[in-house]
Design a protein around this ligand. Structure first.
Ligand code: ASP
Length: 265
């Protein structure tokens, strides 16, 4: 008899998102779960979950992205898996699912593409466009940092994916933690981490990689999550989701919509 494979999918709607929107994170988690059950790779399933959240206008990503100070919309997204695959886009304008562009970047010779070059790359890859008029956040505007993310355990494989419209009213060109490896997200052979909140603070603490080091030390995610949240003092908004071989956990120092589902195959 072969061992059963454990599958865990966690999704978040960002630190500061209304917990009432957990229906949206649950549906996104189901998309990730379905992907895995139909043979998608772990990173593709994480990206599918995040694309579902990008299409939910209540969250600050994709179609629900917040505006910059000049009224423009610039989005960041990234994905990573435990085999070392990583790709990201920064300050991308005019595309519906930045996470899909990040995923294509992760399969290219590049790791991060930004701005005009990222948009040209996405156009060449036939990625779906999104006009400025179509972008509107329909959430209750609980917070400016209600962005989206997913982490997955698929047996002994792990992946993480993130997408954001960035901090509301930030100046054009501002890039947060999301496309910086080891800041907003990290995945390795022992687990995966996806953070959310104040991108500058998250980046300066190399948060996702340092969280991953706690996983490597054998710490339970249920202990890791409050520990890492304690690195951030209010009013700095911060949240994270974590999965490892030991278990999973999520939390934030603000309200946060997030969900988890588990399955054994
Ligand atoms: N971390 C994102 C950023 O600073 C925002 C968020 O997670 O809500 O761009």
């Amino acid at each position: 008899m072969t061992d059963k494979k454990k599958i865990v999918v966690l999704t978040h709607g960002g630190a500061g998102s209304d917990p009432a929107y957990a229906d949206g994170t649950a549906i996104a988690g189901q998309m990730g779960m379905m992907g895995l059950q139909t043979g998608e790779t772990t990173i593709d399933a994480a990206c599918a979950a995040v694309a579902t959240l990008e299409d939910d206008s209540r969250f600050n990503a994709g179609i629900g992205s917040h505006r910059r100070s000049d009224g423009s919309v610039q989005m960041d997204a990234s994905c990573m898996d435990s085999s070392g695959r990583f790709g990201a886009v920064a300050a991308l304008e005019g595309f519906r699912n930045p996470i899909k562009v990040a995923s294509i970047v992760s399969q290219s010779e590049y790791r991060v593409l930004a701005g005009k070059g990222a948009a040209e790359f996405a156009t060449n890859q036939d990625c779906k466009k999104l006009s400025l008029d179509e972008i509107k956040n329909t959430g209750k505007d609980f917070s400016t940092t209600d962005t989206v993310g997913c982490v997955i355990r698929n047996g002994d494989k792990f992946a993480a994916a993130l997408s954001t419209g960035g901090i509301n009213e930030a100046i054009p060109g501002r890039v947060g933690d999301v496309p910086l490896i080891g800041s907003g997200l990290f995945a390795g052979p022992q687990g995966a981490v996806a953070a959310t909140g104040d991108g500058e603070a998250i980046a300066m603490k190399i948060t996702a990689f340092r969280t991953y080091q706690l996983i490597e030390q054998g710490m339970d995610p249920k202990v890791i999550v409050p520990e890492v949240i304690s690195w951030f003092k209010k009013p700095t908004s911060f949240g994270l989701i974590v999965v490892s071989k030991i278990g999973f956990a999520g939390g934030a120092n603000d309200p946060m919509a997030w969900t988890a589902s588990e399955l054994e195959l």
